[in-house]
Write a protein that binds this ligand. Structure first.
Ligand SMILES: [Mn+2]
Length: 380
């Protein structure tokens, strides 16, 4: 059996559960991971080690987060707030991890599916896509990797020309294979918009909807676009269903026992399951009951996931007025209740959600002040 897996982002436990669920046998089965193996999630190093352990049974594509790790490892790019792959850089065999990562492909054909992390431009056939991916792979694997990570970032050139050469050519290929979401009919990339398909800027569409796309009759699978939701068509598979943005199953309170020398006859565990909007409340409850099969389960509270509401005019106006780039939120907030009622809502505030409820939780005063100033400006 062959399985394609979406963005893992350091969720090593989710990978383990998935392998378990599909009854994965490395001698019999294969998996293809569609890139973004690391970052944002809790266990980047463990995820890399597990994937390496699968040997030839796993093909792992590189995504933008994986390339970012390579750049940080080369010392040409800073660790960003929210990056969670410090465990890889601190590993005793960090160099071996980096060398394994840089040897992975950027495009792959598996069982008739052309697999990439993000997408393609309309001017590329499947064979072009694989050939261009190989051009970048050769540089990543070679002695010029550090120099390349210095010029890899940037959104120019915005449009493919076969005559592109050098850094510009490689940068365009990387941007397409690992970052594309929207593009115009002439193949110009928009690398700014990160919301769902409905958020296309004027003149742009999701890359897979360009009518002249030369890969239109080539089944394609990709990840990267968690706000897109699951697409499952015979010719198109979009499977970054936001593993890292939800799906955390956590025991938040455990009670039991009556004294230090008595075996407890009862143990009560309060479980909190945070799930991404691609599941309904019913599906989430069913998942919890499956995980806890054999135990008495009582549902005490439930709320649906909130779909990104940034396409609503009021929300879009707010984002423009705040001059900020929205990002996915990590935990549950009241936005979900508003979303369920069809009322556009966003969370806005200073601070790094990754730090919430941790020992290091803090917000700089300057960021609170800036936030207040923006809100005052918007409201008055
Ligand atoms: Mn990505």
């Amino acid at each position: 059996m062959i399985h394609l897996l979406g963005d893992l982002q350091g969720c090593a436990n989710a990978l383990e559960r998935m392998l378990d669920k599909i009854g994965f046998s490395p001698s019999r089965d294969r998996i293809v991971l569609l890139g973004d193996l690391v970052n944002r999630g809790p266990q980047s190093l463990a995820a890399l080690r597990r994937l390496q352990g699968l040997g030839n049974a796993a093909t792992c594509l590189l995504g933008n987060h994986d390339l970012h790790l390579l750049a940080v490892a080369c010392g040409t790019r800073e660790l960003q707030p929210g990056d969670t792959f410090a465990d890889v850089l601190a590993a005793p065999d960090a160099q071996a991890q980096i060398d394994w990562l840089r040897a992975q492909p950027l495009a792959h054909m598996e069982a008739g599916w052309l697999c990439v992390h993000a997408g393609v431009v309309p001017q590329w056939f499947a064979a072009d896509t694989l050939a261009h991916a190989a051009e970048v792979q050769a540089v990543l694997r070679g002695p010029d990797l550090p120099a390349f990570t210095r010029v890899m970032y940037g959104s120019r050139p915005a449009r493919w020309e076969p005559s592109l050469t050098g850094d510009e050519r490689l940068r365009f290929i990387v941007n397409t294979l690992t970052r594309i979401r929207f593009c115009s009919d002439d193949g110009t990339l928009d690398l700014k918009t990160k919301e769902g398909a409905g958020a296309a800027p004027p003149g742009f569409r999701p890359w897979f909807d360009i009518p002249t796309r030369l890969t239109h009759d080539q089944p394609m699978a990709f990840g990267h676009w968690s706000t897109l939701g699951l697409i499952n068509r015979p010719d198109l598979l979009a499977i970054d269903t936001g593993c890292v943005w939800g799906g955390a199953l956590t025991a938040v309170r455990v009670d039991g026992g009556v004294a230090g020398n008595v075996i407890p006859d009862l143990c009560t565990v309060t479980v909190n399951f945070r799930f991404a909007p691609d599941r309904t409340v019913e599906q989430a409850e069913q998942h919890v009951r499956e995980v806890l099969a054999g135990y008495a389960v009582e549902l005490t509270d439930a709320a649906p996931g909130a779909l990104p509401g940034l396409t609503a005019p009021a929300a879009a106006h707010f984002v423009t007025a705040m001059r900020t780039t929205p990002t996915a939120k990590y935990g549950w907030t009241d936005v979900a209740r508003f979303a369920a009622l069809g009322i556009p809502a966003v969370n806005y505030g200073p601070g790094d959600p990754n730090l919430a409820h941790t020992r290091e939780e803090h917000v700089e005063v300057a960021r609170i002040t800036a936030c207040t100033r923006s809100l005052r400006g918007y409201l008055s």
